[in-house]
Design a protein around this ligand. Structure first.
Ligand SMILES: O=C(O)CCC(=O)C(=O)O
Ligand SMILES: [Fe+2]
Length: 400
């Protein structure tokens, strides 16, 4: 990667090594003309780098970097340039839809029908909603956050036991998204664990295993209930999605994201715009805001105002299976300079070996044109995880 530097009052081209931590930083400042402040309005920034900071030879954690003493500026490799079409975020004008899970699964057909209509609107207009009264104990949700935070507080050696060795590795600890492809680094460390259909778990911290096993079971029940409502709202039998996508062996991946405080949050990005690969993602966090979604073409901040709720977003397999009646929602995570943010995204998809394509019944009964070719879900996951995270571009690879 080549950057344009303003060094000793002269602009010159300097080559970065692909891993910025393998070389010492000797320059004084970088002139960045293309950055837009993602929190507010477009702005011109000069980003000084860490002229005097000496990095450890190998650093694969932004947490370790953020904890270095006297960190006032971000290293240039973290500087994120916002495309001019990516408008700055504003607060939400409309309220995010809320789905009451107890009504959706109610034995009263009128209450259930009303919730299904609301679910249909939420999927069509937002791709994003909050779920309340879902039956997952609040104490369990808190434990998931607590144990996840404890994982990141392990020593580097302990965490590196789970170092990311490839996209199909069942337990992956790493930084950014895909350092081989990202081009820059994102201000985020992650832990990804496949917890269903085969259950994997990191053996540290103690007690993580039990918490993950219970959380996997309880969240799959919520996903099953939501997808049965969505099946009905698509005009299919209640159990159609469950059967067609073989949800009894659904692929469930727990993704823990850690965004440490960042000295220049307006210049860095936690996770860039993307849609998720599965059907539905259930998100919780440690009470710190930072999630933004694209709603009606604009980036908006999502704040967690409902206690004990899940933030749910629709993902790519949802868009494929519904033949675009419902779209996956683009979202991103920004960072702040004050407090650590931790989010836990439970990605829920079809079974890994299912070739996902638009529901046959939707194509025949509604006489619509098929929008997507079939692709095995595990191949789709592999494709998304081994490339750069780039909006919704993965969907183009299966589009007819
Ligand atoms: O941190 C967040 O709120 C979002 C995380 C996310 O989008 C993901 O893990 O896919
Ligand atoms: Fe996501």
């Amino acid at each position: 990667m080549i950057g344009s530097f303003h060094w000793k009052k002269k602009t010159k081209k300097v080559a970065f090594t692909s891993n910025p931590f393998l070389s010492r930083v000797g320059w004084q400042s970088i002139l960045c003309t293309s950055y837009h402040n993602i929190h507010a309005s477009p702005i011109l920034h000069v980003v000084p780098t860490l002229a005097t900071c000496v990095y450890p030879l190998k650093m694969n954690s932004v947490k370790a970097l953020a904890e270095s003493p006297d960190l006032n500026h971000i290293p240039s490799i973290y500087a994120y340039s916002v495309n001019s079409t990516e408008l700055p975020a504003s607060d939400l004008q409309d309220a995010i839809p809320t789905i009451d899970f107890s009504l959706l699964t109610s034995a009263d057909p009128d209450l259930r029908s009303q919730m299904i209509r609301e679910l249909d609107t939420a999927c069509k207009d937002w791709g994003f909603f909050q779920v309340i009264n879902h039956g997952v104990p609040e104490a369990l949700m808190n434990k998931v956050i607590e144990k996840s935070a404890e994982f990141f507080d392990l020593t580097d050696d302990e965490k590196n036991e789970f170092e990311d060795k490839g996209v199909l590795d069942p337990i992956r600890y790493g930084t950014s998204f895909n350092t081989k492809k990202d081009g820059i680094l994102y201000w985020r460390d992650f832990l990804k664990v496949i917890i269903h259909p085969d259950f994997h778990y990191p053996n540290k911290p103690s007690g993580f295993r039990e918490v993950l096993m219970e959380y996997s079971k309880r969240t799959r029940e919520v996903v099953k209930g939501l997808l049965s409502g969505i099946s009905t709202s698509l005009g299919l039998d209640q159990a159609y999605v469950e059967k067609a996508l073989k949800l009894e062996s659904s692929l469930q991946i727990l993704v823990v994201n850690l965004y440490p405080p960042c000295p220049q949050p307006e210049l860095a990005m936690g996770l860039p715009p993307h849609s998720d690969h599965g059907l539905l993602t259930l998100l919780i966090n440690n009470g710190v805001s930072g999630l933004q979604i694209k709603h009606k073409g604009k980036w908006v901040n999502v704040n967690n105002d409902l206690p004990n709720s899940f933030l749910v977003n629709t993902a790519d397999q949802h868009q494929i299976f519904s033949n675009e009646k419902y779209k996956s929602v683009e979202h991103r995570a920004i960072v702040n300079n004050a407090v650590k943010r931790l989010s836990v995204a439970m990605a829920n998809g079809p079974s890994p070996d299912t070739a996902v394509e638009p529901a046959y019944k939707l194509l025949t009964e509604e006489r619509c044109k098929r929008a997507y070719n079939p692709m095995k879900y595990k191949e789709y996951v592999e494709m998304q995880q081994s490339n750069k995270l780039d909006g919704k571009t993965c969907l183009d690879k299966v589009r007819v």
